[in-house]
Unconditional design. Structure first.
Length: 95
């Protein structure tokens, strides 16, 4: 069940969330977070707002997609969802 839209009713990038869900990611969005998140295989991807003025943490030139390896707490950021998904595949292939 997708609940990011309940936690973040003003979220402006449903397409990225729907894409992650279609790839088997579970909606892990939590109201204390700054944006929706999706988890699969111990790796979580945060999807920040497309409109930087709605973001709680990033400047206009910051990257939108954060990938966090829950096993190591390493975090990587990307400007493109495809890059984040590719990096997720790299991390889970190593496991």
């Amino acid at each position: 069940m997708m609940h990011y839209h309940l936690m973040f009713p003003d979220f402006d990038d449903a397409a990225s969330c729907e894409r992650l869900a279609s790839l088997g990611f579970t909606d892990a969005s939590y109201s204390s977070d700054t944006c929706p998140s999706f988890e699969r295989d111990g790796v979580i991807i945060f999807v920040d707002y497309a409109d930087a003025s709605l973001s709680e943490w990033r400047a206009r030139d910051a990257l939108r997609f954060s990938v966090i390896n829950l096993g190591t707490d390493e975090q990587f950021v990307f400007d493109d969802l495809d890059h984040a998904i590719t990096y997720h595949a790299h991390l889970t292939a190593e496991a």
